[in-house]
Write a protein that binds this ligand. Structure first.
Ligand SMILES: O=C(O)CCC(=O)CC(=O)O
Length: 261
């Protein structure tokens, strides 16, 4: 674990795997942090893996919100520069996948391929995000926790073994950070720029995902010429936590198919 220092903020990052190995960049979802990827990192020992806590999340600084999507993209750009990484496969979960799309549009030299996991060019509608932001402002993350966990995991969410860990991760997110990043999602519509992308892309969806349902993920995958779509049946919004073997197999298959091994 290391802190990267920039003039306006510090970001928490972790670099693992052999230096010089094909690089992966892992970007987490709203209300989570880089620990979300523990199972994937353990299963992919042959890659140089950079993961980071998005601003306002995990151990990164919490600048006052709202955040612009452009700022979240710039954070990844400068972390990759400081780590000396380019030509990476960027794996982004949900808002992380939006950041991956924006990074590919802006800096294709940094992105060899994308995995848009449980993500889309546009997620939710602005008024819905505003309602959630107001709830968090009034009552903290606890105010939205149950509804969020139900969207993440589906109807039987209370029975899932991963629930205590994921609830704790959600509740540990600084409210200012959650609201800042939620505002970035609310203000983003990448439909047109993403439709112009032509790079190797795998889109992954979880059957029980109520945050970014399979049809929404597929709609974005279909914008990108030659992209592939994979549905993980036994998972919701966080398939790397619920189905780490199936999820890593999907990543590995994609990486092999583009020779990024
Ligand atoms: O909290 C939700 O259900 C929405 C989460 C979302 O769509 C964005 C994300 O997970 O990054």
């Amino acid at each position: 674990m290391a802190r990267m220092f920039f003039p306006d903020l510090r970001l928490n990052v972790e670099l693992s795997g052999p230096e010089g190995a094909p690089p992966l960049v892992l970007l987490h979802a709203l209300g989570t942090n880089l620990r979300l990827w523990d199972g994937v990192v353990a299963r992919l020992p042959g890659h140089r893996i950079l993961r980071m806590d998005m601003r306002g999340h995990g151990l990164s600084d919490v600048p006052p919100g709202p955040y612009a999507m452009g700022a979240l993209i710039h954070d990844v750009e400068r972390v990759m520069a400081q780590a000396g990484l380019r030509d990476a496969v960027v794996v982004g979960l949900s808002v992380g996948g939006m950041i991956a799309q924006g990074l590919a549009v802006k800096r294709l030299d940094l992105v060899r391929g994308m995995v848009l996991s449980n993500s889309a060019a546009r997620i939710g509608i602005a008024s819905q995000w505003q309602t959630r932001i107001e709830a968090v402002r009034a009552g903290g993350l606890e105010a939205i926790a149950d509804a969020t966990l139900e969207r993440w995991f589906g109807r039987n969410w209370r029975e899932l073994p991963e629930l205590p860990q994921m609830r704790a991760m959600l509740l540990a997110t600084p409210p200012e950070g959650w609201m800042g990043a939620a505002a970035a999602i609310a203000g983003t519509d990448f439909y047109t720029p993403t439709a112009g992308l032509t790079l190797p892309t795998l889109a992954i969806a979880g059957l029980r995902d109520g945050s970014t349902p399979p049809d929404l993920v597929k709609e974005t995958a279909d914008l990108i010429l030659g992209s592939r779509f994979q549905l993980i049946r036994g998972a919701g919004h966080l398939p790397m936590v619920e189905q780490p073997d199936a999820y890593t197999d999907a990543l590995r298959g994609f990486l092999e198919s583009i020779g990024h091994v």
